[in-house]
Design a protein. Sequence first.
Length: 398
Amino acid sequence: MRIAIFGSRGIPHTYGGAEAFLEDLAPRLAERGHDVIVYCRSSLFKERRDRYRGVRLIYLPSIETKVLGTPTHTLLCAWDMLFRKVDVALVLNIVNGFHCVFPRLFGKQIAINVDGMDWKRDKWGTFAKKYFYWNAKCIGKICPKGVVTDAYEMRRIYLEEFGTPSACIAYGANVEKSTNPGVVREYGLEPFKYYLIASRLVPENNADLIVEAFQQVNTQKTLAIAGSANYRSAFVDRIKQTKDPRVRFLGHVGDANHVKELHCNAYAYLHGHSMGGTNPSLLKALGYGNCIVALRTAFNEEVMSTYGIYFDRNVQDLAERLRELDANPDMAADYRQRAPNRILEAYSWEKITDQYEELFSQLVAGEDPTRVHSSVAVATPGDNRHKTSDARVARAGD
């Protein structure tokens, strides 16, 4: 199959979950013999190589602002695709929903990974939120066989709120270990002497709550914050006003090996994400063997299951969890040892690639793949037990 993918910044790129997702999925599809095209935003790439790990790269312009970068680039991608022999396209992000109308009118087979609930994100203004919501509301009619959600909870939301069935395919992660722990010392850190935040600094990721809770904990460890916002942010400015010398702002870390070492050598990883489905940052933390302290949400519980510690969305509860963890290094070590097992049982990239390959084959054949693909263990509401949903049996709308 010839597969076109667009709606992200492109690859290789060091910023954003969509880009990390494509860097793993697209080359694996190419390795399986598919002709894969990934569209890239030309203004974001100084070096414009023709191929990356077997994937063909095409560069098109965009209007690079906080709001317009993705939709303007996607519009050009959708137009360009019409003139290429593409069997199926994968579009990323619900912001690009209405852009799928044009190629659909010309008979192109399209799947769209809707990602998270952007209409609820605080970083967007009122108009943008309404635009995202109407994309989500209409996408079932635009791509009736091609909507992809990345978590069972997100699948439920689309089915109940919009009446839209979807294929459920999670993101994946790799299991890796530290190979050069001395890297963390370049950031003024010592292995297992720091807590780590590694995410975009946006309100819904709750870095402010984490900083406030950490400041209440009597510990000699450091809180290292690896991340930034790719636009001027009053939220980031406010967090940086902390007077606690134990809080260290590392900024955006672009070297993937450095990101790995920061994860693998952290005492614990603090995950405050409150929006979205299967979060790539959380999967990455599991694959790197982190002791994870995560905000209790349906999405995070679906991904992490019993492989980490949860906190409620208030400062006092998180502070208590940190005090307990800080006083029990054996508990932290046990979580670090077990974490990669979650990736191996449910989120390996080979499994995710199998599911996307099947999705594309079904679309090309004119079949309806809007059923559950992902065989992730999910918690039964109100129950601490876990079960595995059968990817071949469970169907959207059942």
